[in-house]
Design a protein around this ligand. Structure first.
Ligand SMILES: Cc1cc2nc3c(=O)[nH]c(=O)nc-3n(C[C@H](O)[C@H](O)[C@H](O)COP(=O)(O)OP(=O)(O)OC[C@H]3O[C@@H](n4cnc5c(N)ncnc54)[C@H](O)[C@@H]3O)c2cc1C
Length: 304
């Protein structure tokens, strides 16, 4: 039996493992693909404190090495569900059933893609899913933001402080974001709204040079020159299999706050998969530390 099973070996899960194993807990991490999570798909991270600039995979490797150095075990399996047997939980994977005192869900979230020509080809070469992560690479350049919700508008405003021009492309004829954000965008000269257009193709030689758009009603196409395309059409968590025992919000995120507790005692949550304002490595790592410490307190209380 394990003290804690951590679902997901991204920054949240690996940090939880560092804290849990270092506190003497018998800790198993279960990862379905490769350790590191989303950061393995970014060529450069330059906003993690104390690391000036590092490749995503290098940060993933350091986190992993640090986690296993304290004695955590990592198994590559996909978690399908959790059974709550009262004080104990059973984590069900494709191959095994593991009994544990506590669970930390750190299964992250996935960025929605546009699914258009050139998007995959130029991912990391101008196509980005995170303005806060990659915006500074495009200082004084022209960029596009695709999306019409709060995140897209916030990202466009953030980029307007760095870039010389920001096109804000949305398929509807008005943005879906909060009114004050729309007002701010409208007041910001650097941001040029491009409404009722959908992106159809991203082009370039070695990196992004342009984006082709199609007018929703007329079908007429036009091309904008741009150095980057920021895709901000949302994230999606995959928590349906836990919804019978844990409260989720209307978007599928696990409801929690800075304590990282869920609605089910003994099950904790860390990282992008929980309700929060800022989904970044530093906040995921912070959650991992909090969740592992909360799991330790829970186990100590169980044993009192
Ligand atoms: C392209 C890109 C660039 C980014 N750049 C930066 C940056 O520069 N700076 C920054 O701070 N943030 C950046 N981010 C955001 C940052 O990567 C995330 O906020 C962070 O990785 C979240 O960590 P996490 O551990 O919560 O989730 P994730 O990193 O998503 O890790 C979750 C892990 O859980 C695993 N998993 C999922 N479901 C299961 C299951 N059922 N069973 C077992 N395992 C499962 C996944 O395979 C994954 O490895 C970037 C994101 C992307 C996509």
């Amino acid at each position: 039996m394990y003290d804690v099973i951590i679902i997901g070996a991204g920054p949240a899960g690996l940090t939880a493992a560092i804290y849990a194993a270092r506190a003497g807990l018998n800790c198993l991490i279960i990862e379905s693909t490769m350790y590191g999570g989303q950061i393995t798909s970014t060529p450069e991270v330059e906003n993690y404190p104390a690391l000036k600039k590092t490749a995503g995979w290098e940060l993933a490797e350091s986190l992993y090495q640090q986690a296993i150095s304290f004695g955590s075990q990592l198994n590559f399996e996909k978690v399908n569900s959790i059974i709550n047997d009262g004080s104990l939980k059973t984590v069900i994977t494709d191959e095994n059933a593991y009994v544990t005192k506590t669970v930390i869900i750190a299964n992250g979230a996935k960025r929605k893609h546009l699914n258009i020509e050139g998007e995959d080809e130029f991912s990391g070469k101008g196509v980005s899913y995170c303005a806060y992560c990659d915006g500074s690479f495009f200082k004084d350049k022209t960029v596009c933001v695709c999306g019409g919700g709060n995140t897209a508008l916030e990202d466009a405003l953030y980029l307007s402080n760095l870039c010389k021009k920001v096109y804000l492309i949305h398929r509807r004829n008005e943005y879906r974001a909060q009114k004050h954000l729309v007002e701010l965008v409208n007041k910001t000269e650097i941001i040029e709204p491009v409404l009722s257009f959908i992106p159809v193709k991203i082009s370039g030689a070695d990196s992004v040079e342009s984006i082709t758009l199609r007018q929703v009603e007329s079908g007429e196409e036009k091309t904008l020159e741009t150095d980057a395309v920021f895709v901000c059409i949302g994230l999606f968590p995959e928590n349906n299999s836990f919804s019978d025992m844990i409260n989720l919000d209307s978007n599928g995120y696990i409801i929690s706050d800075e304590t990282c507790k869920t609605s089910c005692p003994g099950i904790f949550v860390a990282g992008d998969t929980r309700t929060k304002e800022l989904r970044q490595i530093v906040t995921a790592a912070s959650d991992g530390a909090v969740a592992a410490t909360a799991a330790l307190s829970y186990i100590n209380q169980m044993e009192d």
